[in-house]
Design a protein around this ligand. Structure first.
Ligand SMILES: [Zn+2]
Length: 159
């Protein structure tokens, strides 16, 4: 890749990582992607800190699916606006949203602990097979969901 690609006039500071090339916890909170992203090099600007203006029209800055851990071919498809890939991304986000809701309901309404919730989820939800999540990962995730919910409740009480 030529250095001049970074110097194109139409390039702007990456709105996802604010030009750092890295998405940190502050960016994740700003874009409301807690529980969905972890701090990592920025996939939106490919860790360069700059993006072409046209990129903003093609891909939402907070597009959950577009993360650096995806294969390069999938990243290219998202950036090209490939419909099938975008649908797949939406499905994945829906899956995560459902899981978050599931964890909250079972913890707060049914007083279950993280491990029981993970066990119940794995025994009743068939679709998780497609995302191959281990029980340990699921328990950890449920705990993260609960922690974040408590943090949100605390912020509401003491803004
Ligand atoms: Zn970026």
């Amino acid at each position: 890749m030529s250095i001049f690609r970074f110097l194109k006039r139409s390039d702007i500071e990456c709105p996802r990582c604010l030009g750092k090339g890295f998405v940190d916890l502050e960016d994740i909170i700003r874009l409301k992607r807690q529980l969905k992203w972890v701090p990592a090099p920025c996939a939106y600007c490919n860790a360069t800190g700059r993006v072409a203006k046209e990129m903003l029209e093609k891909v939402a800055v907070d597009c959950m699916y577009l993360t650096i851990d995806l294969p390069e071919s999938i990243i290219e498809k998202i950036k090209d606006g490939d419909q099938e890939t975008i649908e797949k991304g939406k499905l994945r986000e829906r899956f995560i949203d459902n899981l978050i809701q599931y964890a909250e309901e079972h913890y707060f309404d049914k007083n279950m602990d993280a491990e029981s919730i993970a066990n119940l989820y794995l025994s009743t939800e068939e679709e998780n097979a497609a995302f191959s999540v281990t029980k340990e990962e699921l328990i950890q995730y449920v705990q993260d969901v609960i922690e974040l919910k408590y943090a949100e409740i605390a912020t509401k009480k003491n803004p």
